[in-house]
Ligand binder design. Structure first.
Ligand code: NI
Length: 253
């Protein structure tokens, strides 16, 4: 079985003590590909460096909405995008969770980065938290030319339908295995086979039975297993379709 963890943060300081060991363990345990996701200039540079170190790790670059509550310089994106291991712009989007949120600023830099992605001919990895309606409005107004994925999708079936109508992919993470997953269970059943991705978003959101511990890419196995159960199929089948989908999405040949 070959799994593709489509969204990881292995450069997180949580892995400073044993990063190489963990990555090796993942590749020895069914993990065939990993996308390391940047969320700021510094983490984007590091994502590209990690991707250069491992043939089956790819990188995304961009500024997370938490970085965009004030003016920032996005010039790193065009520079880093020259590297062949860069497969998407992201994670970018809207995050209204904190009181310090500046909605207009987040929106401005989200749209700027969508335009950059279109110019650079790259797909987009989207982070959306507590911002469903504004997110849909932006996505309807600003066409993303090379596809997009809603990473760690945690909204309703209704929102999932809107995303699918816009041609997007939906990526499920550890929360689909949680006891309070509720609506996510329905989402996991209704996503068309060619629109489903899986991820860990490690070091956060470890799936059951490891909830609450440090997450790493090898745990994408448990998310695949839960989705297989919900969709009445085998984990091998979920692994195969989500790996092929991720390769198509990230344009990995
Ligand atoms: Ni993330």
């Amino acid at each position: 079985m070959e799994l593709f963890d489509s969204h990881a943060h292995l450069n997180d300081e949580a892995f400073d003590e044993d990063r190489e060991k963990i990555i090796q363990k993942c590749f020895e345990n069914n993990i065939a590909f990993i996308t390391e996701v940047g969320y700021s200039e510094e983490t984007s540079i590091k994502a590209v460096a990690l991707a250069e170190q491992y043939p089956n790790i790819y990188a995304t670059i961009g500024a997370h909405p938490d970085e965009c509550n004030q003016d920032i310089d996005l010039s790193f994106i065009k520079k880093l995008a020259q590297n062949k291991k860069v497969v998407a712009i992201g994670e970018i989007g809207l995050d209204y969770h904190y009181e310090t949120t500046q909605k207009e600023m987040q929106e401005k830099y989200f749209i700027k980065q969508i335009e950059l992605a279109n110019e650079l001919n790259l797909p987009v990895s989207i982070h959306s938290r507590d911002a469903d309606m504004d997110m849909l409005e932006i996505l309807k107004k600003h066409t993303i030319s090379n596809n997009f994925v809603m990473h760690c999708f945690s909204s309703s079936v209704e929102i999932a339908k809107e995303i699918l109508k816009l041609g997007g992919y939906i990526s499920l993470a550890g929360p689909v295995t949680f006891k309070n997953a509720k609506g996510l269970l329905e989402v996991a059943k209704m996503i068309p086979e060619n629109r489903l991705l899986i991820e860990t978003d490690c070091p956060y959101l470890a799936p059951e039975p490891h909830r609450g511990t440090r997450n790493d890419s090898s745990n994408v196995y448990y998310t695949a297993q839960k989705i297989a159960e919900l969709r009445n199929t085998t984990i091998e089948n979920v692994a195969q379709i989500t790996k092929e989908n991720a390769k198509t999405f990230y344009q990995i040949l």
